[in-house]
Design a binder for this molecule. Structure first.
Ligand code: NAD
Ligand code: LMR
Length: 328
């Protein structure tokens, strides 16, 4: 048995919280040999609901779950945490864009960035799910003092999986036959889901699918607007798929991306692909499995892709201006 990993989850009584806890407690992030201790954060009005979630977690009797704590104090929740999943925040409802939440949710990430610096393990990794997740990640990172920026990421794994599913369906293939799509930019409707480097059963996706018009007029918009379509259909934002993606994102960080493969994560730009350094943007990344990520460099983007990415980056820059007072 490996040593116990401490995982903090914020908003643990919410929809994603409810869906994510079993995946963490059954080894989905650190593997089946690593016990986990869960440290769950909620706001005071949701503590009663969180108590119920904890009762259910007890009743699952997960063999790997060695501890379970519920609190409304961020510092207690983040104490010694190896991984912090920042989920707790308001979801959008029908008719809203994700960045309409920026002034409501942004301040949460100021406080929680500070609390991570004060309390988490020295090697902590923080994954931001709460929307607008790229800019919330920037806010938390900028308020976390000496916690290095490469410890932070925001989740575009769900968009990556949506792109995978759409390509598989169009090609008449299984999701597991599709590799290397890319989500560039913001987790918003300006994101650029890119098939240029994707393969289906080893063939280049553009060639295997052979329908550029579908790519430009259907695929990109479907992936960009999938969150909205789910809200319209379900009356609530994605939770099961978001929880599965957050577990997968975290597993890649701690156990690595599959050999020769990449995934998509929003991370602090180093200037790659003309994304200005200092913005948190989605890129193709590989993970060696030690908690770090590496941006895949020097992919030759075509003019169409560059223009799409630039549009999303402009939106990220605008979001950063809107929260300038929260950036620490
Ligand atoms: P939810 O409303 O069901 O749950 C959110 C929970 O967070 C609530 O229980 C609430 O009490 C709690 N909370 C609010 N403020 C908090 C704070 N300061 N500290 C701790 N907890 C707090 O929402 P949900 O469906 O679980 O979604 C959570 C967030 O995740 C939303 O912002 C949503 O837009 C986002 N999301 C992101 C992605 C993505 O791909 N990045 C996907 C789905 C949802
Ligand atoms: C999603 O992509 O499903 C989430 O970001 C929720 C939303 O608001 O769309």
């Amino acid at each position: 048995m490996e040593s116990v990993k401490r995982v903090a989850v914020t908003g643990a009584a919410g929809n994603i919280g409810y869906a994510i806890l079993p995946g963490i407690a059954s080894g989905g992030i650190f593997g089946s040999d690593t016990p986990v201790r869960l440290q769950l954060l909620e706001i005071p009005p949701a503590m009663k609901a969180l108590e119920g979630v904890c009762m259910e977690m007890d009743d699952c009797a997960f063999p790997l779950l060695t501890g379970l704590e519920a609190t409304d104090d961020p510092r207690a929740a983040f104490e010694g945490a190896d991984l912090v999943l920042l989920v707790g925040s308001r979801p959008r409802s029908k008719g809203m864009e994700r960045n309409d939440l920026i002034r409501v949710n942004g301040p949460i990430f100021v406080e929680q960035g500070r609390a991570i610096q004060q309390a988490a393990a020295s090697g902590v990794r923080a994954v931001v799910v709460g929307n607008p997740c790229n800019t919330n990640c920037l806010i938390a990172m900028r308020n976390a003092g000496d916690v290095p920026p490469d410890r932070w990421s925001a989740m575009t794994q769900l968009d990556h999986n949506r792109a995978t599913a759409q390509l598989a369906s169009k090609a008449g293939a299984a999701a597991s036959d599709v590799r290397r799509p890319i989500i560039w930019g913001n987790h918003s409707n300006t994101q650029y889901p890119d098939w240029s480097f994707a393969t289906v059963n080893g063939r280049a996706a553009p060639e295997a699918i052979g329908d550029r018009s579908w790519y430009e007029n259907t695929f990109i918009g479907t992936v960009q607007e999938r969150g909205k379509a789910i809200i319209e259909a379900r009356g609530a934002s994605s939770a099961m798929s978001a929880a599965a993606a957050a577990v997968q994102h975290s597993r890649y960080l701690f156990q690595g991306t599959p050999d020769g493969d990449w995934t998509s994560m929003a991370v602090l730009s180093d200037g790659s692909y003309d994304v200005p350094a200092g913005l948190v943007s989605s890129f193709p990344v590989t993970c060696p499995g030690d908690g770090s990520h590496v941006i895949v460099k020097d992919l030759g983007m075509d003019a169409f892709g560059k223009e799409r990415l630039a549009r999303s980056v402009q939106e990220l820059a605008r979001e950063r201006e809107v929260v300038a007072d929260l950036l620490g």
